[in-house]
Design a protein around this ligand. Structure first.
Ligand SMILES: NC(=O)c1ccc[n+]([C@@H]2O[C@H](COP(=O)([O-])OP(=O)(O)OC[C@H]3O[C@@H](n4cnc5c(N)ncnc54)[C@H](O)[C@@H]3O)[C@@H](O)[C@H]2O)c1
Length: 474
């Protein structure tokens, strides 16, 4: 089904599943309107649900159906919590298919009963009837659902078409949208995980393509070779299995080949799983700079299997930790302390929410650049050699936190940034050229406090210069 970019996120499920509470928080995370359809029914009729039910369930259902369909047809994309019985109406089911990404909020019947019995809901009076209704409605929800979730993060991930599950690689066949597959990987990743991916894709027609390792994949020459080698028609799917370089390059090929074919990202590095595989930015480099040519092309599915990180060399993991610490600082939670699978899930959900909020990187998504203005300057001054992106980001975070007046101990303790030996004037010139520079001023992402990022902040040039200088050795 792909991400819920232009669609409502509709929460369905049995009473007591927590759709209203969950929906309000999801809406806040996505920067969308929240509509509790039961409340809308009450507002439009001027009567409570209990009063409407008192006049007969059929009358209530008719009103519920009209209001639900009306809300589903209305823009802009919102988050809607539907009544537990709303799916009994054909019109509601049709409107869901046409206008919404539908998430089933799962609940166990015992928990649902515990929550609903005290609520005075008309259909939660008798436990046996309640349980029978639960069983009767379950297939209805399952049929309508594009995804299932129990937590806010899971709803956000589902809406972004991101599937996080240890062992997910083995389920690639069901998780990648239907169609012939072009599986794209670098030689190292293909050697480690390629066979498992192929087996998981089962009986599909699969063509294999190999890219060079690392940044070398992100060149016009490599993409041009790939375009010419691809045999897919427009119903096919590009599957990019690898780190950020592979997903950036293969995603760009998918965005442009035959004017755009669907693609699935299967990130295999920590950078890829918490960052590059999510949000639809694809790119290649030019000799003049990194990521200068690209397209927004959101993967129809991102399949994140944290188990694939077991084979990742420690230095590559450390690259990813820089983005994890950044995400934790933006979220205001020590996400870097979590065990790998949960750390990946939480960071992926954080990025997914920001990207759904601002798919074209016009405003809020900019906060993901925390520390990156400094990092890019250091990398450029080093001629993109000798300073890894992760090390540069770690240093950039140190500078951003200093300018923010926020405690930098997570950066120091988890990332232990080492100052770099580059030319100070070159680094400063690169920072002034940075693409986030607007109307002659350097604009930074800073934190008012952990969890409270602000973007577009201006600071006196000498302060910014001093913060940059402190990152440079000698
Ligand atoms: N599109 C975005 O939003 C976005 C975000 C962040 C970074 N990026 C891009 O991502 C790129 C960096 O990505 P990266 O850090 O993942 O590097 P990468 O893709 O070069 O991978 C790093 C190395 O790890 C190897 N590798 C990958 N998975 C492995 C595994 N499971 N086991 C063993 N080895 C494995 C690869 O072969 C490679 O040698 C940069 O080009 C950057 O611009 C893009």
């Amino acid at each position: 089904m792909g991400p819920a970019l232009e669609r409502h996120v509709a929460l369905v499920g049995f009473m007591g599943a927590g759709k209203s509470a969950l929906g309000a928080t999801v809406a806040e995370r996505l920067g969308r309107r929240f509509v509790d359809v039961d409340r809308e029914v009450e507002a439009t009729t001027g009567r409570t649900i209990a009063q409407l039910f008192g006049e007969g369930e059929a009358l209530f259902r008719a009103k519920e159906s009209i209001v639900t369909v009306e809300q589903l047809r209305r823009g802009p994309p919102a988050v809607l919590a539907l009544g537990g019985g709303a799916l009994g109406s054909d019109k509601v089911r049709d409107a869901l298919r046409a206008h919404a990404f539908t998430v089933l909020v799962e609940v166990d019947v015992d928990d649902a009963w515990e929550r609903a019995r005290e609520s005075g809901r008309p259909l939660a009076q008798d436990e046996l009837e309640f349980r029978a209704l639960f069983t009767k409605r379950a297939p209805q929800y399952a049929e309508a659902a594009d995804a299932r979730a129990r937590t806010v993060d899971d709803v956000v991930l589902a809406a972004a078409a991101v599937h996080v599950e240890t062992g997910a690689l083995a389920r690639l066949g069901e998780l990648v949208p239907p169609g012939a597959v072009a599986l794209i990987s670098d030689a190292r990743v293909a050697g480690i995980h390629g066979a498992d991916a192929q087996v998981a894709l089962g009986g599909r027609s699969v063509e294999m393509h190999e890219l060079p390792e690392g940044e070398e994949a992100k060149t016009l020459e490599v993409i041009s070779r790939l375009w010419r080698a691809l045999r897919l028609d427009r119903s096919g799917v590009v599957v990019a299995l690898g780190g950020g370089c592979t997903t950036d390059a293969a995603g760009f090929a998918a965005a442009t080949y035959l004017r755009g074919v669907r693609w699935a990202a299967v990130p295999t590095t920590l950078v890829g799983q918490v960052d590059a595989g999510i949000g639809g930015k694809t790119a290649i480099d030019l000799p003049e700079g990194k990521n200068l040519v690209g397209a927004f092309h959101w993967p129809a599915r991102t399949v994140v299997d944290p188990a694939l990180l077991a084979t990742l060399p420690e230095r590559e993991r450390q690259e990813g930790m820089a983005e994890v610490v950044k995400t934790g600082l933006l979220a205001g939670e020590p996400l870097w302390e979590l065990e790998t699978a949960e750390l990946v899930r939480r960071c992926a959900a954080f990025k997914s929410a920001l990207c759904l909020r601002d798919p074209l990187d016009a405003a809020e998504r900019n906060v993901l650049n925390l520390g990156h203005t400094f990092a890019h300057a250091l990398e450029a001054a080093a001629g993109y050699a000798g300073v890894t992106h992760g090390r540069a980001v770690a240093l950039g975070l140190r500078a951003a936190l200093k300018l923010s007046g926020v405690d930098a101990s997570p950066v120091e303790e988890v990332l232990r940034p080492q100052r770099v030996r580059v030319d100070r004037e070159r680094a400063w010139a690169a920072l002034l050229r940075d693409k986030k520079r607007a109307d002659g001023h350097v604009r930074l992402v800073l934190l008012e406090a952990p969890g409270r990022p602000v973007h577009g902040v201006e600071r006196p040039e000498q302060e910014v210069r001093a913060a940059l200088d402190e990152l440079i050795e000698g």
